[in-house]
Design a protein around this ligand. Structure first.
Ligand code: NAP
Length: 276
């Protein structure tokens, strides 16, 4: 794992990943770069890790320090050896995913598919709507659903009639980054709803919009001054057939997929095959 700078959220993410990886019996090493490090230093570190035979997977924690320049993330992510790209961000792996060929796939959408499969939720022939078209969640999510024979609609900030489109979904994936955006009117009764969003609410009015008086989240808010919420409004639980919680849903399965990808990466380098 490569961590540049001192972003507090990144420190937490990296610490959690190291713990999970170590608990699972893998070896995790953290390579730190200063806040003032240049992009050339990050690239040199990635090249050294690429060449190190003892390392199967490389994770570069985003965001990189602003001082590295606007294109730093793309340059550094592109420098990761595709067979060690356990985040699945490298254009080589994205291309393989598009063609439905063995590849390392982005961990969050991979985790969402794992949740659907383990819960026995059928995808073949179903209508799936993905709200969000980012390279790390929305787009790979749509491709993975397509490869499982769902009929997929990808929505974004310019989509017209979004609630109506979402209401057509048997499987609705919210990857927007807006607290409680998906309300009851976006959801067909009985639909499966996957909430990818992770948002920190610090405004009382927002918390009150989402949670009734006396609820656990309101208590949490009054104690801590903030609460973690998804992109899906809690009222959706009344209509959905299944709904992932936030926290404790897509987040932990994403970390588990980092582990799976690391094993896949090791197998691929040893000449094996991955399943997409
Ligand atoms: P992102 O890069 O900011 O993309 C957000 C997407 O949502 C964009 O495609 C954007 O549309 C769309 N969007 C924004 N406002 C919208 C609106 N009003 N109506 C319809 N679409 C709208 O975010 P991301 O990286 O994909 O992450 C999405 C969320 O998932 C965030 O809360 C993030 O923290 C969370 N996340 C969680 C995990 C996990 O492990 N659980 C992992 C990754 C991300 P445009 O393209 O038109 O701008």
């Amino acid at each position: 794992m490569v961590l540049a700078g001192r972003n507090p959220a990144s420190e937490v993410y990296v610490r959690n990943k190291i713990k999970t990886v170590t608990d699972a019996g893998c070896r995790a090493e953290l390579f730190r770069l200063d806040d003032t490090a240049k992009v050339t230093e990050a690239l040199a570190l990635v090249h050294a890790l690429n060449a190190d035979e003892a390392i199967d997977g490389i994770l570069v924690q985003s965001p990189l320090p602003a001082g590295m320049g606007a294109d730093a993330e793309q340059r550094v992510f592109d420098a990761v050896e595709p067979l060690k790209d356990v985040d699945g961000f490298h254009p080589h792996n994205v291309g393989l995913l598009v063609q439905k060929r063995p590849a390392l796939v982005a961990c969050t959408p991979l985790g969402c598919i794992e949740l659907l499969e383990r819960e026995g939720i059928p995808m073949q022939g179903k209508q799936a709507v993905v709200i969000g078209r980012s390279d790390i969640v929305g787009k790979p999510m749509a491709l993975l659903l397509l490869h499982r024979d769902a009929t997929v609609t990808v929505c974004h900030s310019r989509t017209a009639n979004l609630p109506e489109l979402a209401r057509g979904a048997d499987i609705l994936v919210a990857a927007i980054g807006r607290a409680g955006f998906v309300t009851r009117e976006y959801v067909k009764p009985g639909a499966t709803v996957i909430d990818v969003g992770i948002n920190t609410l610090t405004a009382k009015a927002e918390v009150e919009r989402m949670f009734p008086e006396g609820s656990r989240k309101r208590v949490q808010f009054s104690e801590k001054g903030s609460v973690l919420v998804g992109d899906v409004h809690p009222e959706v639980a009344d209509v959905a057939g299944a709904l992932t919680p936030v926290p404790g849903g897509v987040g932990p399965i994403t970390v588990a997929m980092v582990l799976r990808n690391t094993v896949t990466a090791a197998e691929l380098r040893a000449g094996g095959k991955a399943a997409v």
